[in-house]
Design a protein around this ligand. Structure first.
Ligand code: ADP
Ligand code: MG
Length: 691
């Protein structure tokens, strides 16, 4: 960037410290920032409309002669100015006006104004138009380009923003910014130069395709979004490159204990599991940290894959830690791992927040002196006071809400003199491939795209809750046939108290209506031990019907459960519903999911429910979720999941990612260009890592 563009905003005419402060609220610091501060809509002031042909609802530029200006009192004081251009008449209406303003509108003067025409009591009117009194020499103020409307902040007027961007655009024209995308690439992608794109978006010509601009799909917008996505991608690749330079303990692949474990399993791994296990085992054998994400639909068998990775660590005499987002899920893993590993002479250690002090002390001691080869728990595993003797592998389950910062922090925390631990992240919320490219460019991904044999897809139906009695009957007959069922209660405004009350009410209703069925209740406000007791009772069949809040969303495994009822399904997101549904269909039995909804159903909810009725494929569900809700919901909050983009929007631009990836690869040998692109979009202080 040229020096002028790199200067603070105060270098522009009309910007003092006070205005600069306000502009900071819009994230505008340097002149260049203005160039990337794009309008969010445009107005057409390039043509003068004939008053006679203006329709109500149109935003338009008109010009006319003042016929009459009067103050009217209709409840409040109004200034009414009637103008005519010979084709028709129009009233300008002001609620706030000064005397001098009123004086301007003398009969016979010409005025040009812009605003939205609407039907008023006395014909067409514009309330508080932008206007200009014309002198004889003035020609009507039509503009050469569409008028940009910027996302404004309090105290900075549109006119001001347009003036500032005018200044910045002049500087841009004088010394265009360096074009960082190679010519050949731009040609291939049919993308304009950076300078042209910026200029176009701030001042589009009258014939610009406004619809495209509003949708954000204009080639000039794509040009900028592309470079921004590329900047973030390159930056994440830097994170990756840096990690590859860190040492990690190489874990040897030949491990008799792994074979012993595989022999002990009552099943053989699916082809997809074998492939992913192979990818992981290769990675672990290297002397820099593995950073791998496993995506696999609910029930695809990720846990056993993680267990094999842990055994490879144990065989090389380093420790493995498995972390789950909830105690319930961590407990389930602890049980699986204990069952699997005890016969091999390995006793996993448990660590979680709710643990008794003495137990905790014991766990900590075992983790610290290395007696614990495998530790299972919640994030308590990485809190202060926990020190591993020789941590070699960290497995993070069901954690898609995890940004690059957390990934890095975790690695650093786990570092020992052996180096950094290998990292395996597992998620059952499949992320569309393009989105994963943007969010996880620092990770390798493995996909378990096959379910264990014998599983039948869950059939899903949606019914209005008026038919609740039928649904209850359905639960009754399932339970009489010795099957088990979940009854999931609505999530109310993210409030645990209300969730709990709703669950409690459903629980009472169901106990009453189904006296012959053993009903249990699990909700978020229960103590971990209570929840555990409830879940365990359900798992061993003591309870046939489990009423629960969405706490059971992740990971819980009860193969005999084949019926899932979800109340108020219309309130839940697609991915969440898919997760919940994944709790059934884990055994050989044909499973069913009933989505109950309250009428009337909105358009959005309708499409969500129909997606679930149509497919069991988590990746398809995720893709539709991305389209319907945007990436923030899929990956968690903006702060933790994805970077803040200035221009790119992943729900719109994710399809650019394959091209971004190719471009990044082609820039592999042009370190200077990469660095310049990162600097332009992310700033000097690289958001992810200093390189
Ligand atoms: P998720 O990927 O959702 O975490 P789990 O790891 O909980 O799935 O596995 C779901 C169930 O499938 C478990 O009961 C597990 O023991 C079983 N399972 C895993 N792999 C296989 C396989 N290859 N064949 C049969 N059952 C399997
Ligand atoms: Mg799981």
């Amino acid at each position: 960037m040229s020096k002028e563009l790199d200067s603070p905003l105060t270098s522009l005419a009309g910007v003092g410290p006070a205005l600069a402060k306000k502009l900071e609220k819009l994230n505008l610091y340097r002149v260049e920032d203005l160039l990337f501060f794009l309008p969010n809509r445009y107005e057409d002031r390039t043509k003068l409309h004939k008053i006679g042909s203006v329709l109500p609802g149109e935003r338009c530029l008109v010009s006319g002669e003042v016929l009459l200006a009067e103050t009217a009192y209709r409840g409040r004081r109004n200034l009414l100015v009637r103008i005519s251009d010979g084709t028709g008449q129009l009233t300008l209406r002001f609620f706030y006006f000064s005397n001098s303003q009123k004086q301007q509108f003398k009969t016979g003067v010409h005025v040009t104004c812009f605003g939205e025409a609407r039907k008023g009591s006395g014909g067409l009117e514009i309330i508080h138009p932008e206007y200009r009194i014309m002198r004889d020499t003035d020609s009507p103020a039509t503009k050469d380009s569409l008028t940009a409307i910027y996302p404004a902040t309090e105290g900075v007027q549109q006119g001001r923003l347009r003036n500032l961007t005018d200044q910045a655009l002049k500087l841009l024209a004088k010394t265009p910014p360096e074009e960082l995308l190679p010519e050949a690439l731009r040609e291939e992608l049919d993308m304009p130069s950076l300078a042209d794109a910026i200029h176009y978006l701030h001042r589009p010509p009258p014939d610009a395709d406004v619809e495209q601009l509003l949708a954000g799909t204009h080639r000039c917008q794509r040009r900028l979004a592309f470079e921004e996505l590329l900047a973030h991608y390159l930056s994440l690749q830097n994170v990756r490159a840096l990690a590859n330079k860190q040492p990690a303990p190489p874990l040897k692949k030949e491990a008799a204990i792994v074979d012993e474990f595989l022999d002990s399993l009552p099943f053989t791994l699916t082809g997809a599991q074998q492939r992913v296990v192979g990818e992981i085992r290769d990675d672990l054998a290297l002397d820099h940290p593995m950073m791998r994400l496993i995506q696999g639909d609910v029930g695809s068998g990720k846990t056993v894959v993680a267990a094999i990775a842990c055994l490879q660590a144990v065989a090389s005499c380093v420790q493995a830690a498995i972390m789950a987002p909830t105690e319930l899920l961590a407990e389930q893993h602890f049980r699986s791992f204990s069952d699997w590993f005890s016969p091999l002479g390995i006793e996993p250690v448990w660590l979680a927040g709710s643990q008794k002090a003495a137990d905790r002390r014991e766990s900590l001691a075992r983790i610290a002196d290395g007696r614990a080869a495998v530790a299972v728990g919640t994030h308590a595993l990485f809190q202060e006071g926990v020190s591993f003797d020789a941590l070699g592998l960290v497995v993070i389950d069901e954690q898609h809400r995890f940004g690059v910062h957390q990934r890095m922090a975790l690695r650093d925390k786990g570092a020992t003199e052996l180096g950094q631990p290998h990292q395996l992240v597992m998620t059952a919320t499949p992320i569309p491939r393009t989105l994963a490219m943007a969010a996880y460019a620092d990770l390798d991904t493995s996909i378990i795209d096959e379910l264990p044999p014998g599983r039948q897809p869950v059939t899903t139906i949606a019914v209005p809750d008026l038919r609740r009695d039928e649904v209850v009957q359905r639960v009754r007959s399932a339970c009489t046939e010795n099957k088990q069922a979940y009854w999931v209660c609505p999530l109310i405004e993210e409030s645990e108290v209300l969730d709990f009350e709703a669950a409690e009410a459903s629980y009472e209703m169901l106990t009453e209506q189904l006296p012959e069925v053993r009903v249990g209740l699990v909700h978020g406000r229960m103590k971990a031990a209570e929840k555990e007791r409830g879940m365990r009772a359900f798992k061993d069949g003591t309870i046939q019907l489990l009423v629960a809040t969405t706490v059971i969303e992740v990971g819980v495994d009860v193969p005999n459960a084949s019926l899932m009822i979800i109340e108020n399904a219309e309130r839940m997101g697609l991915s969440q519903l898919h997760q919940l549904r994944g709790r059934v269909g884990r055994g050989a039995e044909q499973s069913h999911c009933v989505l109950m909804y309250k009428q009337p159903l909105g358009e959005m909810a309708k499409s969500r429910l129909s997606v679930l009725r149509q497919t069991n494929d988590g990746f398809l569900v995720a893709q539709r979720d991305l389209e319907l809700r945007g990436p923030g919901e899929l990956l968690g909050t903006r702060q933790t999941g994805l970077p803040d983009y200035r221009i790119a929007d992943l729900s719109r631009d994710a399809e650019l990612m394959p091209k971004v990836q190719r471009a990044a690869n082609s820039l592999r040998d042009s370190k200077d260009v990469s660095r310049a692109i990162i600097r332009r979009w992310i700033g000097q202080a690289d958001r992810y890592v200093k390189v």
